[in-house]
Write a protein that binds this ligand. Sequence first.
Ligand SMILES: *Cc1c(COP(=O)(O)O)cnc(C)c1O
Length: 500
Amino acid sequence: MYYHSTRDNNRKVTSAQAIVSGLAPDGGLYVPEYLPSFSLDEITELSKLDYPTLAANVLAKYLDDYTVEELLGFTSKAYSKAKFTADVPAPLVELKDGTYLLELFHGPTCAFKDFALQMLPFLLSSALKKTGETREAVILVATSGDTGKAALEGFSDVPGTRICVFYPDGGTSRIQRLQMVTQAGSNVMVYAVKGNFDDTQTGVKKIFTDKEFAASLADKGFLFSSANSINLGRLVPQIAYYFSAYCSLLKTGRIQAGDPIDIVVPTGNFGNILAAYYAKHSGLPLGRLICASNKNSVLTDFITTGHYDRRREFYLTASPSMDILISSNLERLLYLLCGSDDKKLSTFMNSLSQNGEYTIDSNMLTALQSEFSAGYVDDEHTFETIRNTFEQTGYLLDTHTAVAVAVYEEYLAKSASAQPAVIASTASPFKFAGSVLPAIGAKEDREYDDFEMLNALETTSHLTAPAALAGLKTKTERFTDVILPDEMKASVEKWLTSAK
Ligand SMILES: *Cc1c(COP(=O)(O)O)cnc(C)c1O
């Protein structure tokens, strides 16, 4: 099966090539020629497998230049007990009658991005071999906190790869900084950059587009690559956990094969919910896909009206990983809604980059609304949902997951759906202790630091913080360099040519 660019149907590549390049040269995203299909019998068979085996079998249908055996080698390492500390990597927990939480936060960084970023390094290093590339892949990441750590964890000590993360000095929480600067691995590097996130991101973009620099490093055996969320190698691993959720319900007799279930996803870049859409169109019996946003409600407005408009105020919210105005992965859905018309899709994307908006036609809107619902809530409503859920069920939600729970409650009030629903639970509440603690009513008498906050949340909730977060306090800081934006390129060069 080939993949081609959303903006040019004639630009065909294999899945390995798509993973090596990330973005297509025309600016488009790589999409499959067709979505592979799973029969109900196959899905029933999947429900007998453990997570790594299930994931390998799902991935093999999308990434057909990898064998199931090869993928199983990767998933066994990526989703091992050493990395995912719960009984199973993606437990399904019943919140209330017929409403389930798919806990995707038991990986090394306590958020769902681990599912993709634990797999991507294996997919990438193998893709390099498959495409005849002998150079070492150098991943550069600019981060405001979470993605950097998840990428470091994934690439740490993966042969044939190196990773360098830049974060804005003083622009992350203390825990986020410690997560990065204590990272183990012989192929990792972390720099603090004097400036804000934009300066950091601009610095990385400059390095990526510096042709001379790329050529000089190519001579030394290095190839720049990126790990951002539009890479096919990040999208496909996310499809597997929707199959796993469905199979968990089958296995425990909550549903019969073929019964539809609804899916609710707290959304930013549209990656996680797009994975659910791909799963559905590959035969997984999913009903409505409910897209939940915070006060940055650009997706809710789009799904309600068909008008995408990024020209609006940007809010910093208590669910920061969803503070996004351009949902990059939406392009992959639009492409399918356009009937795979690359010219039509390009018109929308050009309008978005030039005017900051576009409007889809009524046929596309009808198709969109036949599968997606959407809603958004503000921080106050999010905190209220954390508090009420905790009081009524004893379950502690993180801020992102709480947005999804609140939006689903509003959806239920309007639609009275009788179908079971699975809500993607994207982060541990301890990762956002600073918001979760006051939400459940704990009042501090003075300003708490991050670790005091963790301890206080443990005391108030009677839960235990993940060891990966609590243990940071005593770890040794390995990376303490603070550099200027102008020094980023030289620092990368020095690190690559001196480090072994
Ligand atoms: C990244 C992230 C999201 C949003 O996921 P998208 O794939 O960008 O829609 C939601 N919650 C958490 C905790 C995240 O880290």
